[in-house]
Design a protein around this ligand. Sequence first.
Ligand SMILES: [Zn+2]
Ligand SMILES: [Zn+2]
Length: 143
Amino acid sequence: MTVEELLQARGLKNTGCRKYILGELLKRESAMSETELKESYPNLFDRVTLYRTLKTLEDRGIIHRIVLCDNSVKYALNRNHHEGSAQHTHFHCGKCDEVLCLKGTAHFDAELPKGFVLESVIVTIEGVCAACMRAARPRSVKS
Ligand SMILES: [Zn+2]
Ligand SMILES: [Zn+2]
């Protein structure tokens, strides 16, 4: 799917900022923070425009926000595996800070106290990604 198709499908106009954000997110698998989005083109948009655009894209169901343990926020595209399931799992690499949306649903079997109502389950798996594991693995002297 292209940026134009994404915007058209949700009835949104093709503005520069929307195009830029979606273009960046489409390029990679991992989620991006506001700062990361701004880093590539620091002077292209002001903070307010960027923030408002992210909000619009989120409201229209094109992207979703991921809040991490330290309260930092990243944004990811809603891809096919997000359709129909509000709850999905994220993976956060503690070394490079990369965040990925995982396929499949999280298993949840905690018991709620009587009278409590479940609204959503947000699961973030903390760990180390494959690239960081490869980088950290010491090379053996004898091969
Ligand atoms: Zn990593
Ligand atoms: Zn996600």
